[in-house]
Design a protein around this ligand. Structure first.
Ligand code: FAD
Length: 489
């Protein structure tokens, strides 16, 4: 599949877009192009920190209606101009990088709540509404989506859906793909596709799930209907210290076997436990903290707390009270806003977010640690999204290299070794952060040759000119082509 052409007459297209959208909603200013040349992908931020400017779009537009998006996409399709949808620009895998130039379609001005259906317990929104804006709207009316990722202040509903995001309370409320009941999408031809917003259906395959996780490669999401839940009557916190990871993991499985679903279940490995408990008490070697948050009616919280406490104590844990869990909840955004991730020259860091069934989860953790730490970097990990059948691992690595070139080489080697280990252990290579450019070369490995060929065939059918977010998800011929250093576009 060849990439859309970047050789288009920018001035002519800009003038046309200005007529449709208004001058204030179209930009080719250098400052905007630089601003949109990155998301929150650490590798891109590391390069930006060295003033390497690359992957610049030719134009940025801020449409306000679905009709405007249809016009933009039709024009782009006619002229083979790459289109890159953006919602919050808070993705961490390079999903919005314009590696072949083109037009950034930022939907942030489409941020309205369209309809709150209090009878059906759903809300219909535009894709540019930020996570916290929607939560504030719902909270004022006694509801929540339950989708509370750490990026709630920087990411929007369109991006959550496009990258299959997970909120920190996913054990109770599910991931974004569990919440969405209906979607509207502008296809690469400019046609509009609407799926019915219904609780369940058996009328063939679920079309909306094709677009959830498609990261802008199959179309632009312009409207979403989501399930909502009542605001919790009661919220309580609990923390336990287990002698080792294995006993903590066993307790988590027991909680699900009792048919309970605490809103948050978060198990830290020994390295992160030392960090988490630094203000509380020094843990013994190998000890692991397990945090819970209960959010439900008062009666249900009482029951959940009593049963979970019994399980943990019988599993050999020490009850630490609510302290560490509550402290994490109250301070969970401190690391990110303002970002403290720019660590200076020579430092490298990132996070691998994988998942598997319980049968493989612990093995996967140990194998990934071994593979990553072989490069002389430190790791600390937590398991922050648990389900009845398994969970995720969030492996953070931090290290140092002697030159910028070595940072990049080592960064890539660590990712390759970590994902290889996760794949060998039977896990999925991303639980919540998506693919973007970072994991694009891994798509055929994740889905198998036949599975990936099917996804490519769907792409070819929907987008024969390959205009929609070229190169992402491994579609197109620039699969692993993150621009070479200094090759600004
Ligand atoms: C500080 C911080 C904390 C984070 N914490 C979490 C977390 O707790 N859980 C989690 O899951 N993720 C987390 N992330 C990652 C990020 O929030 C998610 O990947 C999120 O889904 C991205 O949403 P966005 O609006 O920022 O998307 P963007 O970065 O704008 O886009 C992401 C991808 O989706 C595509 N896209 C965007 N909008 C549309 C649309 N309307 N239609 C079609 N495609 C579109 C883009 O082209 C791109 O490929 C975190 C990121 C940061 C920076």
């Amino acid at each position: 599949m060849s990439a859309a052409s970047t050789a288009f007459n920018v001035n002519r297209v800009k003038r046309q877009l200005e007529v449709w959208l208004g001058k204030e909603n179209v930009s080719d200013a250098e400052v905007d192009k630089i601003n949109y040349s990155r998301d929150a992908w650490p590798l891109r931020l590391l390069r930006l920190g060295r003033l390497i400017i690359e992957a610049k779009p030719d134009l940025i537009v801020w449409p306000q209606t679905v009709e405007q998006i249809q016009r933009i996409v039709k024009l782009a399709n006619q002229e083979s101009i790459p289109i890159i949808p953006v919602s919050g620009a808070g993705g961490v895998a390079g999903g919005i990088l314009a590696t072949t130039g083109g037009i950034i379609v930022d939907v942030k001005k489409m941020n309205r709540v369209l309809f709150l259906d209090e009878e059906s317990f759903t809300v219909t929104v535009e894709p540019g509404i930020l996570g916290y804006e929607l939560e504030e709207y719902l909270e004022a009316r006694g509801y929540t989506t339950g989708h509370l990722p750490s990026s709630i202040y920087s990411s929007a509903l369109g991006g959550f859906a496009a990258a299959r995001s997970a909120g920190v309370l996913s054990s109770k409320y599910g991931k974004i793909e569990d919440m969405i009941t209906g979607l509207e999408v502008v296809l690469p031809t400019g046609e509009l596709l609407r799926t019915k917003a219904v609780p369940r259906s058996s009328m063939g395959p679920d079309l909306k799930q094709l677009f959830i996780g498609s990261e802008g490669t199959y179309g632009i999401i312009t409207e979403l209907t989501l399930r909502i839940a009542p605001s919790p009557e009661e919220t309580q916190f609990a923390s336990f210290l287990f002698p080792d990871l294995h006993s903590g993991m066993n307790a988590v499985k027991q909680v699900f076997r009792q048919d309970l679903k605490p809103a948050l279940i978060r198990l830290y490995d020994e390295n992160e436990t030392r960090f988490v408990l630094s203000r509380f008490k020094p843990p013994s070697d190998g000890a692991c903290v397990l945090n819970f948050i209960y959010r439900a009616t008062k009666d249900f919280v009482r029951l959940e707390k009593r049963t979970v406490t019994k399980i943990c104590l019988e599993g050999g844990a020490e009850d630490l009270g609510p302290g560490p869990s509550k402290h994490w909840w109250n301070n969970r955004f401190d690391l990110y806003y303002p970002s403290s991730m720019n660590m200076g020259p020579g430092m490298l860091y990132d996070v691998l977010d994988v998942a598997s069934s319980y049968a493989n989860l612990e093995k996967m953790y140990w194998e990934m640690r071994k593979a990553i730490e072989a490069f002389g970097v430190g790791t600390m990990s937590h398991f922050s999204h648990f389900y009845p059948d398994g969970g995720n691992i969030y492996v953070i690595f931090v290290g140092h290299a002697n030159s910028p070139e070595e940072v990049e080489t080592k960064y890539q080697q660590i990712w390759d070794a970590g994902l290889e280990a996760a794949h060998r252990a039977g896990g999925t290579l991303s639980h919540q952060h998506g693919v973007g450019l970072l994991k694009a070369p891994w798509m055929p490995i994740e889905h198998g040759e036949t599975g990936f060929a099917l996804l490519q065939a769907i792409k070819q059918y929907l987008d024969p000119n390959n205009i929609m977010n070229p190169g992402k998800l491994g579609f197109g011929n620039e699969t692993s082509k993150f621009p070479k250093e200094g090759a600004s576009q």
